[in-house]
Design a protein around this ligand. Sequence first.
Ligand SMILES: [Zn+2]
Length: 512
Amino acid sequence: MSTQTAEAVVGYDEALTRYDPVLGLEVHVELNTATKMFCGCATGFGAEPNTQTCPVCLGLPGALPVVNATAVESAIRIGLALNCQIAEWCRFARKNYFYPDMPKNFQTSQYDEPIAFDGYLDVELSDGEVFRVEIERAHMEEDTGKSTHVGGATGRIHGAEYSLVDFNRAGIPLIEIVTKPITGAGERAPEVAKAYVGALRDLLKALAVSEVKMEQGNVRCDANVSLRSRAGDDPTSAEQAQVPLGTRTETKNVNSLRSVERAVRYEICRHAAVLDGGGSILQETRHWHEDTGVTTSGRPKSDADDYRYFPEPDLVPVAPTRERVEELRATLPEPPAERRRRLQADWGYSDLEMRDVLNAGAVEVIEETVAAGATPAAARKWWTGELARRANAEGAEVTELGVTPAHIAELDGLVRDGRLNDSMARQVLEGVLAGEGGPTEVADARGLELVQDDGALEVAVDKVIEANPDVVEKIRGGKVQAAGALIGQVMKEMRGQADAAKVRELILGRLT
Ligand SMILES: [Zn+2]
């Protein structure tokens, strides 16, 4: 039985003729600190349930928290990279609510005193247009535990026989990054949402403050969407800015870039149908369903949700000195967009080639492969071709296949030295992937080496020419492309161990 009742939606293009979408994106980022936000427990992913806990993160009476200095530094670096102001003094607050996987009955967070505020992130869209997303705040908080509902069909608590709670995640440091209302995107709102989360992910990766694996929940996005009526054709006009914002819904925990785009688009179409029918949007949280591509109703949510925040009395305020902030600013990496442009120019890739590289998540490995001695062209060919396909089929990253940048540089060297042709190089790569050793080792073990003996090659070429008088006639008649058939046969004679370009040269030399 499905609880995902289909709701009326309006076609996307039609919805945009009447309404102007406004977004608000809240992204939770799990930091990759070795220990938790307020205690010394380990943060590693995938440990046995409840093995990484202590009285502090279990909220036992009398346990006293201590702020993780590395997490504060990461928060400041994220704030600086997002062009934010850094608070001179800020505090933690208790956000009081009951949740079964939060044993203290409050979450230690920041409320009206975030560590970073008033920033922006410039986001590049697919056609190269740059869209500025303004940042309201970035604040520190702790993650909750994780509940697993067992025995039901949906994995939700309804219909489950029992629930299990794992507190390993409780207390892991989180940074929540909240945008100001994103207006002026018009019909590109879903694309802007996706590009923003993608750019944020790249930035966090460059800062090395998080593992940024969306599928593991390291980065989770809550997408707020509202519609207001259109005032003319230009979504960035002053008249449009005067139109009051509509009621918003918040789609929780969207965990892939593609889903962010789809969920925003769906909500725009659903809101439009409600408004067209004379109804009003209920301010609520929504759940996104990847499989069916729809959102369903969660719980009602008012702006005035009374969490009874109050200052956390057990923690000292955070007051970074300006000198320390400047020291941290000096550690910021080259911004990802600038770095991409520099590498593309260095490597001589076309825009399309660079996009393939980005889509394959291969910028870093290509950089390392080129540094290890491969040509940029060869590095791109292997990492976005064979290896990207392989990674895709296995649901893994290209870096998780067991092939290193040094392997690919070595393989490229063997090809450039004339020891291997392309198809032999592929066989060698198979061997490396299968754990048979490095490229030279695999080539030696499998006896893969181009025949350098021109005599043997000439004998094979003569034999094939002799056996195919009809093809020979075509080539002599000017149909040079017919040589392909002969090259294939010569390669077969040579059991693949010949240089195809050389074979072609020999055949055409004989016949033209
Ligand atoms: Zn702990």
